[in-house]
Design a protein. Structure first.
Length: 182
């Protein structure tokens, strides 16, 4: 019984190695004179040496945006996410209970400014909620839902039913992570 189980495991292991590419493969001789290119991944072309300098960007992206974006795209996103005339700010814990915290007029203005000047990230983020969540109600009836995923300097914001924005805003991130164990 033990011997047949061992043989079965070996057969399965060899089969898996063959399927995943771990087994040694017979390679045909290449007709390519560039033999070093055999070890390069298929997705990366062989770079030819060049003496041309790398072109520097001619314009700066909009303030508070990722340098990977075009200036027009960055400005459009900045304008689309801008908020003004905050009516109220509500903080909630992970269970959805309202946190008893009243913001002063200066704090509300600082949160509005921090949100509008936040750095737009065009990178992936962890889809989880850590710390508190913030609901901002605007005078025009829109709401902004902001949460943290545990990084103090970064937040995720959704305006109304619109898209989510991955933003760099240390002020808002600190508020959301107040009192949470990091």
């Amino acid at each position: 019984m033990k011997k047949s189980l061992l043989i079965g495991c070996i057969i399965i292991s060899v089969g898996l190695m063959g399927l995943t590419g771990c087994a040694k493969k017979d390679e045909e001789p290449s007709s390519d004179p560039n033999t070093d290119a055999q070890n390069l991944p298929v997705s990366e072309p062989v770079a030819e040496p060049t003496t041309e300098p790398i072109a520097e960007p001619t314009t700066d992206p909009a303030s508070g945006t990722s340098p990977k974006m075009t200036e027009e795209a960055a400005k459009a996103i900045q304008e689309a996410k801008a908020i003004k005339d905050i009516k109220s700010i509500t903080l909630r814990d992970l269970e959805g209970n309202v946190v008893d915290r009243t913001f002063t007029e200066e704090e509300i203005k600082a949160i509005e400014t921090a949100f509008n000047e936040s750095f737009i990230m065009d990178t992936a983020y962890v889809e989880m909620i850590a710390g508190l969540t913030m609901n901002i109600e605007l005078e025009n009836g829109k709401t902004v839902f902001i949460h943290s995923y545990g990084q103090e300097a970064y937040i995720v914001a959704t305006i109304g039913e619109g898209p989510s924005y991955h933003l760099g805003s240390e002020l808002i991130g600190k508020i959301l992570l107040e009192g949470s164990a990091q």
